[in-house]
Design a protein around this ligand. Structure first.
Ligand code: TMP
Ligand code: ASP
Length: 236
């Protein structure tokens, strides 16, 4: 499958059309963004690591019965996916307090959240992805009641699968962001799952192994991504 035309250039990936109107190619770039595009840097190997990481996770999720957009791995930096009509809200699941939750509620970083929380954020960099709720989604036509219920159900199913997968690799899945879309009417997992969009802490030391290393200038960003990949069994 060949790239036809550039459809959309995001902060870390470029989306291309193909000869098949139902299929797109995602190209993972080395661009690494934080603070809604305020800081962007090139990190060597990041495109390759995230593409292979994402393909591995999406395959695990598909095998566990989650509908995902991924079709096949095309190259180090490219994956063939179904064309989804994206829902413009991000779903965030949290198992421990970190990031914006700590800032917003003044709670302690690392506090275990039992049960895990589910939050929605509007995808809008200029507005810094404001938090929204179900009624906003319905009033503005971003997602229906049924679609929201499905997104929430899948987000928590994914939490069970991935918390276990990372736990076996000695890692805590602190939180993560998912994006869903519609494929022939079915809510389907899109975008990517990689250390760019989740928080992972080493169980024994609580060392941050995700994009917080970039956001907080801790260094060793890609080395941490590669370590996580190695531990869960991704072939780089
Ligand atoms: P937050 O603590 O900044 O709200 O983020 C929660 C998790 O979701 C964290 O793992 C980062 C991820 N996330 C993104 O990757 N992109 C986003 O735009 C948002 C809002 C969150
Ligand atoms: N994903 C967002 C960005 O690219 C937010 C973040 O990761 O800090 O800027």
């Amino acid at each position: 499958m060949k790239k036809l035309a550039e459809l959309y250039r995001g902060k870390a990936k470029t989306v291309y059309t193909t000869e098949n109107p139902d299929l797109l190619i995602l190209e993972f770039r080395n661009d690494t963004s934080a603070f809604d595009g305020l800081r962007i840097e090139q990190l060597d190997r990041k495109g390759m690591v995230n593409n292979k990481f994402n393909y591995f996770i999406m395959t695990q999720l598909r095998q566990a019965g989650i509908p995902t957009q991924v079709e096949s791995l095309l190259s180090d930096n490219e994956v063939l996916v179904k064309k989804l009509q994206m829902v413009p809200v991000e779903c965030v699941v949290r198992n421990r307090a970190a990031g914006s939750l700590v800032k917003r509620l003044g709670v302690e970083e690392g506090q275990v959240l039992n049960p895990p929380t589910f939050e929605l954020f509007l995808k809008n960099d200029a507005l810094h992805d404001p938090m929204v709720n179900d009624s906003h989604c319905k009033a503005f036509g971003w997602a229906s009641d049924d679609q929201l219920a499905k997104m929430k159900e899948l987000s928590f199913k994914i939490n069970t699968i991935l918390t276990d997968l990372f736990d076996k690799a000695g890692l805590i899945l602190v939180d993560y962001k998912l994006e869903f879309g519609l494929f022939k009417g079915e809510i389907t997992l899109g975008d990517e799952f990689s250390p760019d969009g989740c928080r992972l802490w080493e169980k024994s030391t609580l060392k941050k192994m995700d994009k917080d290393r970039f956001r907080q200038g801790l260094g060793g960003v890609i080395e941490a991504y590669e370590e996580v990949a190695k531990r869960i069994g991704v072939c780089l």
